[in-house]
Design a protein around this ligand. Structure first.
Ligand code: HEC
Length: 191
């Protein structure tokens, strides 16, 4: 039975990664040879004007991310700010990215494409502004969050992603003796 189900799961991937036309691709279906169709008269673009914020986060143009502190986060990094980020992260992100950011959330376990771990070197080295932009505008198969998570909370989430990265990637010599003690350093897991 397990064998049959795993075969079914494999076939279903055709539904996750469906055949589709990408912007600008040709198509033999239409007389002009283009896949893209002209929007009907009177259509309102969602990536321009007032609707752009909630739909794409871009407000009709690409804004340079505000950067007023050295790490790029325009808000002071306080405990309350990071806790707000944790709270929003667990609501909006953990279902896919997992509670530790490993990319193994429940939706992924049920077949959604797996996001990279936040410990992926590319994401360790991404600037805060790049992370905020990916949350706001979406990235690849991940939809944009600008319409669901406001600007303050997006930066709070970025601060929390930094905390998640630090929590799993800090060399022991950067920890205080109290931290090491709390971790039970000296045991089998100490570096
Ligand atoms: C429905 C599942 C899902 C949810 C919910 C989700 N993500 Fe993602 N995320 C993904 C996937 C999948 C990718 C990889 C996309 C790709 O490469 O096409 C990704 C990529 C990313 C990246 C990497 C982008 C880059 O610049 O390389 C970041 C950062 C990220 N997500 C943060 C978040 C945050 C923060 C939230 C919550 C506000 C969130 N995601 C919610 C699935 C999700």
């Amino acid at each position: 039975m397990a064998f049959l189900l795993s075969g079914c799961e494999r076939a279903m991937h055709d539904m996750y990664n469906q055949a589709k036309y990408k912007p600008g691709s040709p198509s033999p279906l239409f007389a002009d040879g283009r896949a893209a169709r002209r929007p009907p008269e009177g259509s309102i673009p969602i990536a321009q004007g007032e609707l752009a914020g909630p739909s794409s986060g871009r407000l009709g143009h690409i804004e340079p991310a505000p950067a007023t502190s050295s790490n790029g986060n325009p808000y002071p990094i306080t405990l309350a700010f990071v806790q707000r980020g944790q709270n929003r992260y667990e609501i909006y992100c953990a279902a896919c990215h997992g509670l530790t950011g490993a990319g193994n959330g429940m939706i992924v376990q049920r077949g959604f494409p797996k996001p990279p771990s936040y410990l992926d070197p590319q994401l360790l080295h991404a600037s805060d502004a790049e992370l905020e932009r990916s949350i706001s505008d979406g990235y690849g198969v991940m939809y944009p969050f600008a319409g669901r998570v406001n600007e303050h909370d997006r930066w709070a989430i970025v601060a929390y992603i930094r905390a998640l990265q630090l929590s799993q990637n800090t060399p022991a010599d950067q920890l205080s003796p109290q931290d090491l003690h709390a971790l039970g350093a000296g045991g089998a897991n100490s570096p």
